[in-house]
Design a protein around this ligand. Sequence first.
Ligand SMILES: Cc1cc2nc3c(=O)[nH]c(=O)nc-3n(C[C@H](O)[C@H](O)[C@H](O)COP(=O)(O)OP(=O)(O)OC[C@H]3O[C@@H](n4cnc5c(N)ncnc54)[C@H](O)[C@@H]3O)c2cc1C
Ligand SMILES: NC(=O)c1ccc[n+]([C@@H]2O[C@H](COP(=O)([O-])OP(=O)(O)OC[C@H]3O[C@@H](n4cnc5c(N)ncnc54)[C@H](O)[C@@H]3O)[C@@H](O)[C@H]2O)c1
Length: 463
Amino acid sequence: MSGTVTPDICVIGAGSAGLSVAAAAAAFGVEVVLIEKGEMGGDCLNHGCVPSKALLSAAREAVLRPVAFSEAQKNVRRAIEAIAPHDSASRFEELGVTVLRSAAEFVSAHCVRAGDVDIRARRFVIATGSRPAIPAIPGLESVPYVTNETLFGLDRLPDHLIVLGGGAIGIEMAQAHRRLGSRVTVLEAGKALGREDPEMAAIVLDALRKEGVVIRENTCVTGVTSSGVEIAVSLLQDGRDVETLSGSHLLVATGRRPSVEGLGLEKAGIRYGPGGIHIDDGLRTSNRRVYAIGDVTGGPQFTHAANYQAGLVIRSALFRLPVKASSSGLPRVLYTAPELGHAGLSEEEARKKYGARVRVVSASYSGNDRAVTENLTTGRLKLIAGPGGRLIGAEIAGAQAGELINSLSLAIFAKMTMRDLAGFVTPYPTLGELIRRAALSYYADVPRRLWVRRLLAFLRLFG
Ligand SMILES: Cc1cc2nc3c(=O)[nH]c(=O)nc-3n(C[C@H](O)[C@H](O)[C@H](O)COP(=O)(O)OP(=O)(O)OC[C@H]3O[C@@H](n4cnc5c(N)ncnc54)[C@H](O)[C@@H]3O)c2cc1C
Ligand SMILES: NC(=O)c1ccc[n+]([C@@H]2O[C@H](COP(=O)([O-])OP(=O)(O)OC[C@H]3O[C@@H](n4cnc5c(N)ncnc54)[C@H](O)[C@@H]3O)[C@@H](O)[C@H]2O)c1
């Protein structure tokens, strides 16, 4: 294909964000060009959510019986191959999308070039994602470290995996490899899972430590060398030089950088910075014809966040409806065992916003009968109530936290109160009873209140 095309929408990047826009726009019969320079499906399918969750699944199995690394990798390939057709160029072409497999670059404010094709679209959507951010550590560039882009293609189980970064990727992959038989050491410059509720993060980190994962916090790597066989890292812990640590593999998982290079953003008048492309609340860039969504904007970096933004772009670009994106309160899940689920405001955010009007209630997994029968008693569920007892946040560390957080996310969205959550019937025995148990404790002092007792005494007068 060559020449100039003039579709309604041109989407750059066929990852979670770009695919969602392209599929939805095509469903409305709109002419769409989708440009992808790498693998269809982007990070989530090829190097992110899907392989990491498939590896964790194999690792869960490894707690019950020996699982060879080759079997775990087979599970990773199986999952990717099962989902890939859904994200494939042929499926999108069947939906009516024109798919171009090359790098896209703005050549002016109104035109994107992909190979020999100039695309002059009514609207453009940049969804080029992110890549691993590699810290400037002396020697790091000269050693064969891995990132999420290469980790799932290793030909043997790491003997000793050193993980740089105790965030979402680092902690999930630490547990997966430990359970599959590796020694694992996590080196975190600050606090591991530092963005999470500290009490909930501690439940997950304690569980990993009990399984043998070494997690060293406040630890900086000052240099890296390789002997050809082993990789050695020099450490500074709590500001003091400590020993050198050797491992067979080094995974760098220290955050992300937006993929903006080569896009010609300057030629299109699109402002960006180290954190990503600048967008307004309506997801538009400084060029009004161009939207940017997903990881490239530096906002919350999740597939569901990308999908949510894609929906807003469709409303705005196709139906010309005003949209206002909000990243606060998006749910997230860490798929370790125990899992960690979050929705709405954190306790800290809630207290900042509502001060003393915030009340936090909780329920422990050890007091839940289903957790007892399943021997899954490690964990806690926390509900954060704002003015009028409205649910404004939820935190769960424990089994099935990822599934439980869905209903709490819906409850926050539907502006439900503690009364709603205390008053519904949950099947017995289920982990869902944790929600009701926590909400009921919001009213724990009601029976002791003087006016309630007086009311009861008064009612007794009537026989
Ligand atoms: C290990 C790991 C595990 C994760 N687990 C989860 C999880 O469990 N749940 C969750 O919600 N999120 C998870 N994430 C995050 C999630 O993968 C990302 O938030 C999501 O993939 C972002 O989608 P995107 O479309 O913005 O970017 P991407 O998926 O990165 O897609 C961008 C696409 O744009 C293409 N591209 C870039 N530049 C150009 C160009 N100039 N021309 C043409 N094409 C271009 C790229 O090749 C790429 O295919 C995980 C991430 C990682 C790394
Ligand atoms: N289950 C999920 O939804 C899931 C899973 C994996 C990744 N993700 C997404 O991918 C994003 C990227 O994950 P990530 O783990 O790379 O980033 P992250 O931001 O979650 O964690 C990076 C960690 O690395 C630490 N760090 C930074 N520089 C360091 C250094 N030089 N030495 C030691 N530690 C250092 C940071 O303090 C931080 O704790 C996440 O923020 C998340 O949005 C989501």
